[in-house]
Structures are given as structure tokens and as C-alpha cells.
Design a protein around this ligand. Sequence first.
Ligand SMILES: [Mg+2]
Length: 231
Amino acid sequence: MRRARSINQKMKINPKTVLQNCDTLMLDMDGTVLDLAFDNYVWKELVPEEYAQQTGISKDEAREFLYATYRSMEGQLDWYCLDHWSEKLGLDILAIHRNVHERIGYLPGARKFLETVSRRDIRLLLVTNSHRDTLAVKTEVTGIADFFDHVYTSHDVGHVKEDQSFWQALQDAESFDPERTLFVDDTVSVLRSAHKFGVQMLLTVTRPDTTAPVKDNSEFAGVEGLVDLLV
Ligand SMILES: [Mg+2]
């Protein structure tokens, strides 16, 4: 509760004016720019399905095993690593992504948002825990990387966004001003990490998955989608 109060007091952000105070805009990819429905479908439906087929267990058993395994690895670099999962599960995880690439898409209004802000005098950074291979598939389908001045993935940096080392590495590379940087992400633990590092303007996305209900239960100010930041 203490943390929630202290963050709320500091972060009286008006989504309609925040871009005017921002030199650097850092955006998460999945659930912030792109629809998390794709990733949820792959990891919660397809991977358990394929794993059940591969091992001869039921789909429910596969789900139970995999969900527990996912939970045990949340926030770790390997969680986001396709090679790790391919090896651990004996499945071609990248191929599973590719097979359903037509489901990859922008969140409502996100592409319009990128088109607009990429024309402004703001340094635009994609800051993602996503693996390079997933990023490549998603870029092939959506062209997402082309909107950004630079793309940082946690695998390249060597730390996930949940770690302070990630932010230090980003600071070393970009020399961003934490007072004039806006970071938008749909994962609360990541926003807390950015907050701890000193990034002053933080926003969450309350509808990261268009097939799921709005979630508005974090201590951070939220917008349903990036497009809500445009006046
Ligand atoms: Mg995300």
C-alpha cells in the first residue's frame, strides 16, 4: 500500500499532455503496441496442444504442466527465450509462431500512434523482453521495427527489463533524461523496475489483449491504448 501511495503521488500523469513533456518515448512491444492475443494464443493454446501431441499426455495435463512451468520462470531471461523453450519442450517454437503469423497484429490505434509520433521530434525506442526471432517474425508481418529510432531487446542487453541492470545499460547507451522520458508497458513488474531506476513518466496499458477484459488494477496511471495519448 505504501508503494502504491508513493507512486500515485509522484505520477499525476495526464495522458493527453504527457507527450509534450517528453524527449524520449520508450515503448514495450507485446501488449503495448502489438496485440497480446497472439502471444496468449501461442503460449496458452498452441504450445500445450503440440506438447500434448508430442508427449502423448492430455491437453489438460499439458496445460497444467506448462502453466506451472511458465509461472516458475516469470521475469527471467529464459522465459523469453525461444531456444530455451524449443530445447526444454522438444518443439520448434519459432515454427509454431510462424504457422499462425496471420494472427499477429497491432492493438487498436497503435499503428496510427506510431505514424504520428515517429514524425515528431521525440526519440522513439522499442524496449522489449521479446526474443530477436519473435521480433523478426513480428516485424515481417507488421513492420513495427521501422517506426523506431532504435530497438533494444533484453537478449541483446543481457538482462530483462525487470532488472536494474537493463535500465543501467539503456542509460549508458542512450543517456536519456529520466525526467523527460515516458515509458509505456503493460507489465507492472517492469514498470516498477523502471520506476525504481528513476524514470519519471510511466503509463500502463489496460487492454493489452483485445480478446480479454480491461485490467485496471495497478498503481500506475493507465490508458486503454496508445492512441489515447494523442490529443
Ligand atoms: Mg508487454
